[in-house]
Design a protein. Structure first.
Length: 281
């Protein structure tokens, strides 16, 4: 018995790299999978690789920046497999440049794929899931979205936006028995390999796990074992796992009367600013 027997899953950006391993791992645990990518040759390869294992698989080529592709992903899953249980918003691109050098095109292209795409897929999946009265939407975020990263204003904005989508979807979709979670997979991928190469260290030394190991975290999150999780952000690198706490207030002061400018000055003069989040440790 597989951990995902009977589950019908759509995984965007699953023709290569970590997304491919997500799809392979889910199929190996019994899921029926819809795979997606913009490179039709790579997409056909992963579709064939999954089909050769005996698992049910369908492929939808195209960019999630296009609403028709997002709708087709969900429609294909419902038509071919009878419904959709899990939507995994994994597709993403990078166009790294520092803020002072980033062009409008650099920003818009990343936002289009990494934020607009997940919105479109989330909406399409939620409509289908609301009709069946169940479902699970997983946003794949990153350290950039949680703590920021040098040279990634566009990517960080998109990945942080996924957390906003998740938190809002938790509030809006609970009435339909739809859960929403996020995962920050810390893996050696096409995107992270240049960082590893520049540091002249091993992936493990830098905290990156192998994609086939990290994919097990996605399998767990998509499985019945995680059915009690909603509004959570899981991080996993194959050897370390944790949940991220959502932002919350600290140093709370509540007065009966409006706090004056002088009152603010005096209050915060005595406090140490909260440290910026760190992804290390």
């Amino acid at each position: 018995m597989g951990k995902l027997d009977g589950r019908r899953i759509v995984i965007t950006g699953s023709s290569r790299s970590l997304g491919r391993h997500f799809a392979l791992a889910c199929a190996a645990q019994g899921a029926s999978v819809v795979v997606n990518g913009t490179n039709e040759t790579a997409l056909a390869d992963v579709e064939r690789e999954i089909a050769d294992t005996g698992a049910a698989v369908r492929a939808v080529a195209g960019s999630v920046a296009e609403v028709d592709v997002c709708n087709q992903l969900v429609d294909t899953c419902v038509r071919e497999f009878g419904g959709i249980d899990v939507m995994v918003n994994n597709a993403g691109i990078v166009r790294d440049r520092t803020l002072l050098k980033m062009s409008d095109e650099d920003f818009d292209e990343v936002i289009s794929v990494n934020l607009r795409g997940p919105f479109l897929c989330t909406r399409a999946a939620a409509i289908a899931m609301s009709k069946q009265g169940s479902g699970h939407i997983i946003q794949v975020t990153s350290a950039s979205g949680l703590v920021g990263n040098f040279g990634q204003t566009n990517y960080a904005a998109a990945k942080a936006g996924l957390m906003g989508i998740m938190y809002t979807a938790v509030k809006e979709l609970a009435r339909y028995q739809i859960r929403c979670n996020a995962m920050w997979p810390v893996a050696r991928t096409d995107m992270t390999q240049p960082l590893i190469d520049r540091a002249a260290k091993s992936a493990r030394e830098m905290g990156f796990g192998e994609p086939e190991d990290v994919a097990q975290g996605l399998v767990w999150l998509a499985s019945e074992a995680a059915s009690g999780f909603n509004g959570q952000c899981l991080t996993f690198n194959g050897r370390k796992t944790a949940l991220w706490r959502s932002p919350s207030e600290e140093y709370i002061r509540q007065d009966d009367q409006p706090i004056t400018l002088e009152g603010l000055e005096g209050y915060y003069a005595e406090l140490t600013p909260i440290p910026v989040y760190s992804s290390r440790g």
